[in-house]
Design a protein around this ligand. Structure first.
Ligand code: ADP
Ligand code: MG
Ligand code: MG
Length: 206
């Protein structure tokens, strides 16, 4: 994973979120306050801008800049969560490296978001897409997959994790205020996480 690929990843994530902004907003309107699409589209645009301000010296520094941009411009719960996640991933990624190093960076992202938000799998949050994605990525990497194949496995696992949020009752974030009425909908944050992982698979395609 080099600096150009890292910048391409976040740029692609910004594109995918912007293209699906109204879907993310509709999901958040059902169980939250209807701003997730706009929040994250604005935040990821700021992340791309932040990466372009000063040529990042390494893949890790690119992700740290992206995290800084996200925190500065994303409203709501998801800004600090994703911002922390990207900065922690960047610290772990450092000068980049092989598929195993990218797996460690994704795991650092997961741990950062877990520590800040206090959610675990099953709470109907970002974690429900990200945790299975990290497991799938590391399993694929351990079986000799290259970066693209591991990222595809992660993105597919995130999609499955997103689908699995439908029957869950939210236990964290704004959706938890709805209690049992949060059941029957996809979680917006899990949906955006699935797009962010799909973006990594897209930009690593041969
Ligand atoms: P807000 O709820 O403040 O309007 P957003 O709409 O941008 O923020 O983001 C909502 C998403 O944030 C939720 O769908 C959920 O996935 C995620 N989220 C909320 N709280 C947490 C948490 N404690 N840990 C992980 N993810 C969370
Ligand atoms: Mg919201
Ligand atoms: Mg909000």
């Amino acid at each position: 994973m080099d600096t150009a690929t890292t910048i391409a990843w976040i740029t692609r994530a910004a594109e995918l979120v912007r293209a699906d902004e109204s879907r993310l907003t509709a999901l958040d309107a059902a169980i939250g306050d209807g701003d997730h699409g706009a929040n994250l589209a604005r935040g990821l645009a700021a992340a791309v801008t932040a990466m372009g301000e000063k040529e990042p010296e390494s893949p890790g520094k690119a992700l740290i800049a992206a995290g800084r941009g996200l925190v500065a411009k994303t409203g709501g719960a998801s800004g600090p969560l994703y911002g922390t996640g990207f900065r922690r991933a960047g610290k772990e990624l450092g000068d980049g490296g092989d598929v195993g190093q990218v797996g460690a960076a994704l795991e650092a992202m997961l741990r950062g978001i877990e520590e800040l938000g206090g959610a675990t799998q099953g709470d109907k949050t970002i974690i429900d897409a990200l945790a299975p994605a990290v497991v799938a990525f590391q399993e694929a990497a351990g079986n000799g997959s290259d970066l693209h194949a591991a990222a595809e496995a992660a993105a597919d696992a995130a999609d499955a994790g997103l689908a699995a949020t439908v029957p869950l009752q939210a236990r964290k974030g704004r959706a938890s205020y709805l209690g049992p009425r949060s059941v029957g909908h996809e979680d917006p944050g899990a949906a955006s996480t699935a797009l962010i992982l799909r973006a990594l698979a897209d930009v690593t395609a041969p």
